[in-house]
Design a protein around this ligand. Structure first.
Ligand SMILES: *Cc1c(COP(=O)(O)O)cnc(C)c1O
Length: 414
């Protein structure tokens, strides 16, 4: 992580002492660096320079309002997957005409909301969805801008749960059936064909599947053009992988080269939908050690963050580096770092070697993406607070949830 460094054995994010932040705001606490968000965004701007383009931040990676506000200020568009995410984007100052709407299960109410807001494009994932969208837009006297999310059937070589572009996945329409669907859409009175979309998976560390998918999609674009259906944009889906452990993230110069070579001389606007790579390495999760439990053959470091705060280890067996916030002389311990939730799957990291003491602080690294946005209230645990750091400025962007808030919508039976 770029803006994370040690001074006299203490961990800082930009100019903020993580120990001070934990003391002031409590734990578990998510902390994000604005400089890291800027760096990640600029890497995409550089890769796309010279091509007409729009970077649509994938809101699901981290949907906190201040994060969305920051990307809106940088000029980003947004990739949303629900009406709730659209409401967040608008509340954060994002503009609807830079929003693309993905997802296999859009409801009629969500379509209405998006049409009324005036979003840029619906990424349609099935023929039934196309029919519904045409009907809903007709009821509102509007024409819905559409792209089809095509499934190019390439193996992205990532974790099966975050691979989305294979035949057996629920996402998209098979690329071989796209022609017929575009012709059908072109005849509909209340939809207007704008583009094509494809997202093959997340945490991609090898770019060759991206290049293969893009070649297949552009062949489709050309064959549609010969049939008189001209597309204005090509949406190439999510972003590149990041470094959690020993992965080698793709070289952005190569990413740029793949895009430039394919889009040189073409007229279509390029849309990208990065999530993880814009926020992942900008955030840490701070957690305090409650107990050290020395077991038979196994030691447990029991911390106050759990799977409800950071679900990725439990859900995908994902690895996050864990480091002490303050270096100590304590002997290091072979241990599993676990939370208080009553599930064996509730762990933050297994088989680690850490110099820790009870009451000490740990930082879970690269936790900015799919951390807070996936958090839940399981075990009736209020959700964590969030802080943004900008040099030496500190902003509390989300207050710690209270137990009263947890129960606010509930009623006893009479
Ligand atoms: C999740 C998702 C993204 C973002 O993927 P990252 O790997 O986080 O960049 C983009 N587009 C769609 C359709 C998604 O579902």
């Amino acid at each position: 992580m770029n803006h994370l460094h040690r001074k006299d054995g203490r961990l800082f994010l930009e100019e903020a002492s993580l120990e001070d932040l934990a003391r002031r705001y409590g734990t578990p606490l998510y902390v994000y660096s604005l400089a890291a968000l800027n760096d990640a965004y600029q890497a995409y701007e550089r890769a796309l320079a010279g091509l007409p383009h729009l970077i649509c931040y994938a809101v699901k990676a981290n949907s906190s309002l201040a994060i969305l506000q920051h990307f809106a200020r940088l000029g980003a568009g947004f990739d949303i997957v629900s009406g709730g995410e659209l409401a967040r984007v608008l509340a954060a100052g994002g503009s609807a005409d830079k929003v693309v709407f993905s997802g296999v299960g859009k409801t009629a109410a969500e379509m209405r909301m998006a049409l009324e807001a005036g979003i840029r494009c619906f990424n349609v994932e099935s023929e039934s969805e196309l029919e519904r969208l045409n009907r809903v837009a007709g009821e509102l006297g509007k024409r819905a801008p559409v792209s089809f999310r095509v499934n190019p059937d390439v193996d992205p070589k990532t974790h099966p749960y975050i691979s989305t572009g294979l035949k057996q996945n629920k996402f998209g329409v098979p690329i071989g059936r796209a022609h017929g669907l575009y012709r059908r859409a072109a005849e509909m009175p209340h939809v207007e064909v704008h583009g094509v979309d494809c997202h093959i998976g997340s945490q991609l560390t090898d770019l060759s599947p991206v290049a293969d998918a893009l070649d297949r999609v552009l062949a489709l674009v050309d064959s549609l053009a010969s049939a008189g259906i001209r597309l204005r944009h090509v949406d190439i889906g999510g972003g590149v992988g990041i470094r959690y452990q020993d992965e080698t993230p793709p070289d952005m110069a190569l990413y740029r080269e793949i895009l430039r070579s394919r889009f040189k001389g073409r007229m279509e606007e390029v849309i990208v939908e990065p999530g993880r790579s814009l926020v992942g390495e900008a955030g840490v999760l701070l957690t305090r050690v409650e107990y050290i439990k020395r077991g038979e053959g196994k030691n447990f470091v029991i911390v106050d963050a759990a799977m409800n705060d950071l679900m990725r280890p439990a859900l995908y067996d994902a690895f996050h580096e864990i480091v002490p916030v303050v270096e100590s002389e304590t002997a290091s311990l072979e241990c599993d770092v676990v939370g208080p939730v009553c599930e064996t799957g509730d762990f933050i990291g297994l088989g680690r070697r850490l110099a820790v003491v009870e009451g000490g602080l740990l930082a879970v690294l690269a936790a900015g993406a799919y951390g807070m946005s996936m958090s839940s209230n399981y075990n009736s645990r209020p959700r964590a607070a969030e802080v943004v750091v900008n040099k030496n400025e500190i902003f509390l962007i989300r207050e710690r949830e209270t137990v009263e808030e947890l129960m606010a919508g509930e009623r006893l039976v009479s």
